[in-house]
Design a protein around this ligand. Structure first.
Ligand code: NDP
Length: 483
């Protein structure tokens, strides 16, 4: 299963060029050069995809869960059998180390498909008995044609996280991956063809967000939108979809706090804090970017954290020794650098990193940045309020539990948070008061796919994961039968 130079849309079961005949450059961020071309799709391609999905819907929604289970499991197997090609493609497209793509991104992608393929076999609805009078039962029916739009940071991982529950519950999908990282979605189209997914059940339309993505969101026959991406884009999508009463699931940005109490297991905390700060160059919505440390261990933490961060190897994503690869694009690297400048203007001290890395060789033109730690900034400043989404964290001491909670909650976002303590009562107290959809205690990014996933405040609306996703992609209808 090889990547191609010219990608095609996957519509009605076939790989087809865009109606416009136009293509967008696809850049390998580790070398800073164009290496393939993506369809520049518009509303005509989306229209064809919606028509194909509508045509496929009656059969797909009524074929029974066992058939859907078997087909999705086959597609998952094909991804797993081609893990190496998928991982390489993900790494080249996004700049992340191939070691990460092959152990995190791609395994999770086939796991998503398997998880929802099997979940649908066990999905059930309620009944409510009115004794001696009537029985109510809830029919959970697929919505029809739904739109799934995903970002570039965990490309196939997040793409399959949406389309798997949508398809398992009997919907047909019109989807769009990020134009920055389209390759593994393209390989997925091939896997679906090989796996026998009926034509039109899944359609993948490549292109730009404001053009292709917007056309999906606007299309009157697309019943629901499941979106993961930035908060500003989420707002725009809500403005378009809410007035026409589309169902919406919005997984948006984050500015996640890590609260570290002095009584924690220091070594374990340090290992995980390094991961939660800089995995995938900090380009994971769940990364902790504001680190609050109880004063008695602040200096010890700071010195050790800086030392270990300086040890991280930034380099060619194709090499197994690289801990961090390239940032996803030139524009994104410039955005991250602009925040580093801003941090200094705001009075922050950059303790390490923040400078471009000359990787050399093939990667001479790549977008590499040394991970940065900043100290001395108040919660109110932009560096601590806005999502940077790069290898940049701020650190700050705190004195009381109350202060730590106030700092953690002091931003508009509320996606994930991490608490490090060995005091059980405190862990529970803090977890209850944190304004976040996810609280990790003494761990980070430990995921059980059955759990609800999503954010509060400006981090989103709705929940993905487990039954939540299957409920989102089905409509509940109450049937009341008198007897
Ligand atoms: P964007 O919001 O820029 O884009 C996300 C997707 O939406 C892309 O496919 C994009 O296409 C598309 N898009 C852009 N404009 C529109 C539009 N008007 N209508 C429809 N679709 C559109 O996010 P990024 O790709 O930059 O991803 C990073 C963001 O995602 C961060 O804020 C991060 O926190 C968030 N995120 C949230 C997660 C969560 O679970 N809460 C998980 C992962 C990331 P194109 O790429 O072509 O512009």
């Amino acid at each position: 299963m090889k990547p191609d130079k010219y990608l095609k849309n996957y519509i009605a079961g076939a790989l087809v060029p865009p109606e416009s005949g136009e293509y967008i450059d696809n850049i390998n961020p580790a070398i800073g050069q164009v290496y393939s071309y993506i369809p520049d799709s518009d509303e005509r391609d989306v229209q064809r995809a919606v028509e194909a999905a509508e045509k496929a819907f009656p059969e797909w929604s009524s074929c029974g869960v066992r058939k859907r289970f078997r087909i999705l499991m086959r597609v998952a197997d094909i991804i797993e059998q081609n893990l190496e090609e998928f991982a390489k493609a993900e790494s080249v497209d996004s700049g992340k180390p191939v070691s990460m793509a092959s152990t995190v991104d791609i395994p999770r992608a086939h796991e998503n498909l398997r998880f929802f393929a099997t979940a649908i076999l066990h999905f059930a609805a309620e009944s409510h008995h009115m004794e001696g009078q009537a029985i109510n039962y809830t029919l959970r029916q697929p919505l029809g044609v739904v739109g799934c739009i995903s970002p570039w940071n965990l490309p196939l991982y997040l793409f399959t996280w949406k389309i798997a529950p949508a398809l398992a519950s009997g919907n047909c999908v019109v989807s769009k991956p990020s134009e920055l990282t389209p390759m593994t979605a393209y390989l997925l189209s091939k896997a679906c063809m090989e796996g026998g997914l009926p034509p039109g059940v899944l359609n993948i339309v490549h292109g730009l967000g404001p053009k292709t993505g917007q056309a999906i969101v606007e299309h009157p026959r697309v019943k629901a939108i499941s979106f993961t991406g930035g908060t500003a884009t989420g707002r725009k999508i809500a403005e378009t979809a809410a007035p026409v009463f589309k169902k919406l699931s919005l997984e948006l940005g984050g500015k996640n706090p890590n609260i570290i109490f002095a009584d924690c297991d220091f070594n374990q905390m340090m290992v995980d804090t390094l991961r939660s700060s800089f995995s995938n160059n900090g380009q994971i919505c769940l990364c902790g970017s504001r680190i609050y440390v109880e004063r008695p261990i602040y200096e010890r933490f700071r010195d050790e954290f800086v030392k270990r961060t300086q040890f991280l190897k930034v380099g060619d994503p194709a090499l197994p020794v690289s801990d961090l690869g390239a940032l996803v694009s030139k524009a994104h690297m410039e955005k991250v650098q602009s925040y580093l400048k801003l941090a200094e203007v705001e009075g922050g001290k950059i303790l390490c990193g923040g400078t471009p890395v000359e990787v050399g060789g093939e990667c001479e033109g790549g977008y590499f940045l040394r991970p940065a730690i900043i100290e001395g900034l108040p919660i109110s400043c932009r560096t601590n309020q806005e999502e940077i989404f790069g290898p940049v964290v701020t650190i700050q001491p705190f004195d009381t539990e109350e202060e730590a909670i106030a700092l953690a909650n002091g931003v508009q976002y509320g996606l994930a948070s991490t608490v490090w303590t060995n005091n059980l009562q405190r862990a529970q107290r803090v977890a209850e008061r944190l304004q976040a959809g996810i609280v990790w205690i003494n761990c980070w990014m430990l995921r059980d796919l059955r759990t609800p996933f999503g954010g509060v405040k400006h981090s989103g609306v709705g929940r993905e994961g487990g039954w939540e996703a299957l409920r989102f992609f089905t409509e509940a209808k109450n049937v009341c039968m008198k007897y």
